[in-house]
Design a protein around this ligand. Structure first.
Ligand SMILES: [Mn+2]
Length: 327
């Protein structure tokens, strides 16, 4: 953290970025980071590979998140949030020429420790939690808006305080953020209860693909481009669907396979685990990564080929785990 603080102090003109497929933590931590830098007298522009999905556009400041690389003014340092690898920032990596200082703030266990100032804390629930600690460290007061976006970062990355990245510290910080006048029920409604009927039909269609393997330990869902076409749904609305597979009793690893909408022949795979299964190891085997209980990777191939490969890797990993614990 100290190196990150020094790097922030040293520079004046910043860009802030995060991973492709923006979600609660990446958006919330970036927006709060922008406020922190500006309150420290710096300039800061948020530029991402993707646009903010519709259902997060209610977040204050989200309109200022740009995906126009050609409109980025000169800068001397980049804060990269919630990214285990530089590859995850997509096109934005083209802006990070050698003369730029890269500040890596992340909580993924698979973080490759890229950049010039690195603060990686796999114990942190979210990048949002880490940005909150920076506010404290710099002794900068948060606005209510910053408190809101950080609360949402924590809320979404902990699955509403259900996952085991939730700690006493997480609750303590969430409690402090609520002190800025946030109402948990209202925030939860804004984040989770604004689905359209289309979103629910889409969920129904995805849930109908559920399959469980022979041992009952692996459950999986899939999203095809055909399903998106028939329902007219936005793939970004599928955040959290994988948890339905994870909620089945006895399931240790849940997976959702998504056909890439823009590039056919590419499949996005998201993993969630329950108990002691480590899905970071499984995703890493395919060049991805993330957390022990939540990870992802991108694999080239048809959906059925990718499914076969991934399921056999999971079963192999689970059976290795069994053999090791027998010893
Ligand atoms: Mn995160």
């Amino acid at each position: 953290m100290e190196k990150v603080i020094q790097a922030i102090k040293k520079h004046k003109k910043f860009i802030i970025t995060a991973h492709i497929n923006l979600e609660g933590d990446s958006i919330g931590s970036q927006l709060a980071m922008k406020e922190l830098l500006e309150k420290l007298g710096k300039t800061a522009l948020i530029v991402d590979n993707d646009l903010v999905p519709d259902h997060y556009r209610f977040l204050p400041g989200s309109k200022d998140i740009s995906n126009r690389l050609d409109r980025v003014p000169d800068f001397d340092a980049a804060v990269v949030l919630d990214c285990p690898t530089l590859k995850r920032i997509g096109r934005v990596s083209n802006l990070l020429t050698k003369d730029k200082t890269v500040i890596n703030i992340d909580h993924h266990i698979s973080n490759e420790k890229f950049g010039d100032a690195i603060w990686v804390d796999p114990e942190a629930s979210s990048a949002g939690e880490m940005v909150y600690l920076l506010f404290k460290k710099f002794d900068v007061e948060l606005s209510r808006d910053a408190a809101l976006v950080l609360y949402i970062a924590i809320l979404t990355d902990t699955g509403s305080f259900n996952y085991d990245n939730t700690t006493g510290t997480t609750h303590k910080i969430a409690g402090e953020l609520l002190g800025y006048g946030l109402k948990p029920a209202t925030v939860s409604e804004d984040v989770y209860d604004r689905r359209s009927a289309t979103d629910i039909s889409f969920l129904g269609l995805v849930l109908s693909t559920i399959k469980v393997n022979k041992t009952g330990e692996v459950a999986y869902l899939e999203i095809t481009n055909e399903m998106l076409k028939t329902t007219g749904a936005d793939v970004a609305k599928s955040e959290g669907f994988v948890n339905y597979a994870r909620s089945i009793e006895g399931v240790k690893v849940a997976v959702i396979f998504k056909e890439e909408t823009k590039s056919p022949g590419i499949v996005n795979v998201s993993f969630r685990s329950k108990g002691d299964a480590d899905v970071n190891v499984i995703a890493s085997a395919f060049g991805g990564g993330g957390h022990v209980k939540a990870s992802g990777c991108v694999i080239a191939g048809s959906l059925s080929d990718v499914r076969t490969k991934v399921l056999s890797k999971i079963e192999e990993t689970l059976s290795n785990g069994r053999n090791n614990s027998n010893r």
